[in-house]
Ligand binder design. Structure first.
Ligand code: HEM
Length: 124
């Protein structure tokens, strides 16, 4: 009897997990982004999207949580993907560490701005 055994010794490290995160977040992004796009383009229509519409939308806590989830997964997916693309240009560990730090600060700063807008909402 022939038995096939997978014996690749792949060490689980940060980069393997970061790559797995790309695929897992991509699966989550399919329903999140599709529902978001269908509602905003086909149901509401871009011509009807204004400050009043956003205020009405965010009056519902469910939509706020939904928008926070899109922000969290789409942006972290995008920044991590960009980080992986930039890593293709260098194998130098110092440069990669600096890139990691720059991408982390960029991701944190814009995520805080986005989350503050969604949580703070629109004042009447
Ligand atoms: C429905 C939405 C999306 C899906 C299904 C999706 C799916 C994927 C998949 C499967 C990968 C490859 C992961 C791997 O290396 O195996 C990927 C990579 C990537 N994605 Fe997305 N993605 C989505 C949205 C986005 C968004 C919104 C951005 C930007 C903000 C983005 C930016 C990237 C980047 C930069 C990469 C890395 C490309 C590379 O390594 O060459 N994606 N995406």
């Amino acid at each position: 009897m022939i038995t096939a055994k997978r014996s690749a010794n792949v060490k689980i490290n940060f980069e393997i997990n970061a790559w797995k995160y790309m695929r897992l977040s991509a699966i989550l992004l399919v329903p999140l982004v599709w529902i978001h796009s269908i509602i905003n383009t086909l149901v509401t229509g871009p011509e009807n999207i204004n400050l009043g519409y956003v205020a009405m939308h965010w009056a519902n806590m469910g939509w706020r949580i939904y928008d926070i989830l899109i922000l969290a997964f789409a942006f972290s997916h995008g920044v991590n993907g960009l980080r992986q693309v930039l890593f293709d240009f260098t194998t130098n560990t110092t440069t990669r560490s600096i890139l990691n730090l720059v991408m982390l600060v960029f991701w944190l700063a814009l995520s805080i701005v986005g989350a503050t807008a969604i949580i703070g909402g629109i004042k009447n």
